[in-house]
Design a protein around this ligand. Structure first.
Ligand code: FAD
Length: 386
């Protein structure tokens, strides 16, 4: 076992950091107020080969490993979280459902502008009555000639208002085994977007509506067994979610360290107070443990897909650690931490969301328990005995 990065991995990490410092740092933490998607940064990422890192070269990606993508995401998110979201969208999110399950023709049509950072794909999974119980989704799809017709709605679609297309999880029949996924483009007849709302982080989200929405049959990503086949890919999305939690926790920690060296109270720098030193030690323990768990899940990923239990452990721990460290760092900055003039309060708000998004911490723990006891625990009420 070797805990050191290879020479190539260090160079990749350093080049991602340098690019972020040079190109993204100046406008970092301004994107929430502007309410814009950082398209200019998306194009810069594409030019530097930081989109489609794990996507096969024949599909226009870089053909590199999931670990490479994590190293890039971690560095960029620490400097500019909103640009980190683009790394997520172009490497870990719905784009992977398209690159893994889309037909050759569909990929040739949809992937190139996504990889050039000119377009965005988001995930339409959650529904008003199907959150943690995602298998309860009700959005229906049926085939009519050469088209698929979709009816239903999706909720909490992050950045949906900026997106050009959506990977929409549907049911083709009544049974959960008929669940699949379809790519819907914004201009498809019968598609509409609801009012733009905001997560606590300021990130826009919206409802997606499908009213006899028609797309070509070739847009189908998966016809059946959706949950069995989409979940391993969704674990890639969770990897990106965990990485960004860790990155923001680390960024908050670094700011708190700097502040504790410079800020003088009672004629001494804050770092000389033991009560604060122990907070720093606890934060460092959490960040190191989170990183080790994340890297384990990613390095062990077979075929680029992390194991369900290892990623559940990593996601739950990174989400918790990222939020707790950001929150403690805010405390150490005192009034400056709480002020909206500085980024600490944003980091607390942002890390909070990842404890819910992409499978909540509680759902991750349910999955870990299944791994421990080597059996499935249905979350549904027991059926009455006959
Ligand atoms: C920041 C953010 C971004 C998001 N982006 C997207 C997106 O782009 N696309 C998309 O489709 N969805 C998105 N979501 C939705 C997200 O996937 C859901 O919020 C999440 O799956 C939880 O569902 P819910 O909100 O309906 O909560 P519920 O499922 O109603 O759960 C409520 C609470 O009960 C707990 N709970 C539920 N069931 C159990 C159980 N069996 N055991 C223990 N605890 C349980 C949950 O952990 C939670 O704390 C996003 C959410 C957030 C916060």
């Amino acid at each position: 076992m070797d805990f050191k990065l290879t020479e190539e991995q260090r160079i990749l990490q350093e080049s991602a950091r340098r690019l972020a410092e040079e190109k993204f740092a100046a406008k970092a933490f301004t994107w929430e107020e502007r309410g814009e998607y950082p398209w200019e940064n998306a194009k810069i990422l594409a030019e530097h080969g930081f989109t489609g890192i794990t996507i096969a070269e024949e599909d226009g990606g870089q053909g590199a490993t999931l670990f490479d993508a994590v190293l890039v995401l971690e560095q960029i998110s620490q400097v500019c979280p909103h640009t980190g979201d683009i790394v997520q969208a172009t490497n870990f999110g719905a784009i992977r459902q398209l690159s893994i399950y889309g037909s050759k023709d569909l990929k040739a049509r949809i992937l190139p502008p996504l990889l050039r950072g000119e377009r965005l794909i988001t995930l339409g999974m959650s529904e008003p009555n199907a959150g943690s119980a995602a298998t309860d989704l009700r959005t229906k799809a049926r085939v009519e000639g050469e088209e698929v017709v979709i009816n239903g709605s999706k909720i909490f679609n992050s950045n949906g208002s900026h997106a050009h297309c959506f990977a929409v999880w549907v049911r083709f029949g009544d049974d959960v085994r008929t669940s699949g996924a379809v790519l819907v483009e914004r201009d498809s007849p019968g598609f509409s977007q609801g009012k733009v709302e905001r997560h606590m982080s300021g990130e826009p989200h919206c409802m997606l509506y499908f009213d006899e929405c028609r797309v070509p049959k070739e847009n189908v990503l998966l016809w059946e067994d959706g949950f069995t086949r989409l979940m391993p890919v969704f674990n890639i999305e969770r990897t990106g979610n965990a990485t960004r939690s860790l990155a923001l926790g680390q960024a908050a920690f670094d700011r708190a360290v700097k502040h504790a060296k410079e800020r003088i109270q009672f004629d001494r720098p804050l770092c000389e107070f033991q009560g604060l030193q122990w907070k720093f030690a606890d934060m460092r323990i959490k960040l190191d443990a989170a990183r080790l768990l994340l890297y384990r899940a990613v390095v062990n990923a077979s075929d680029g897909k992390p194991s369900a239990v290892e990623i559940s452990i990593a996601k739950a721990f990174c989400n918790q650690a990222g939020f707790e460290v950001a929150n403690e760092a805010l405390q150490i900055l005192g009034g400056y931490g709480y002020s909206r003039e500085f980024p600490l309060e944003y980091m607390v708000r942002r890390t909070r969301g990842w404890m819910i998004a992409g499978g909540s911490i509680e759902m991750m723990k349910n999955r870990i328990a299944e791994g421990i006891f080597e059996r499935r625990f249905s979350q549904r009420p027991p059926k009455p005995k006959k």
